[in-house]
Design a binder for this molecule. Structure first.
Ligand SMILES: [Zn+2]
Length: 128
């Protein structure tokens, strides 16, 4: 298990590939936005986070990727709680600044067609 949250993870690259294929243009790793979203669509004011289920404590009951390690349990609980609090604060800050955010979990990437539909639904410009 990697000890550092890395950029350009496999799930992130998959989402970017699907977006690219659909013809969307985006920026990656928007450092000036709260939470440094993985993918940003500035004109649309929309951002996407691709979250690893373990690092970001996916709470979906069916998710097996989020299981906590049994060794060093206190350390991990503390670390993951902080990550989760940071994620929530970032989403709130983005929302307050008028951005729309979509969180995609690592375990949701198995069906590329479903993913493409979700991305399209999220990115489609809303009717006034
Ligand atoms: Zn998950």
């Amino acid at each position: 298990m990697q000890a550092i949250k890395s950029k350009n993870t496999r799930p992130e690259l998959l989402v970017r590939r699907v977006l690219h294929r659909m013809g969307y243009r985006y920026r990656v790793h928007a450092r000036d936005l709260p939470g440094k979203p993985d993918i940003a669509f500035r004109r649309r004011k929309k951002v996407i986070f691709v979250h690893g289920c373990f690092w970001h404590s996916h709470t979906e009951p069916g998710c097996r990727n989020a299981l906590k390690p049994k060794t060093n349990a206190g350390y991990w609980t503390d670390k993951l709680t902080k990550t989760r609090a940071r994620d929530e604060a970032a989403l709130r800050a983005l929302e307050q600044a008028g951005w729309h955010a979509l969180v995609i979990w690592e375990c949701e990437l198995h069906h590329e067609n479903e993913l493409a539909t979700r991305l399209n639904d999220f990115l489609r410009d809303a009717e006034p």
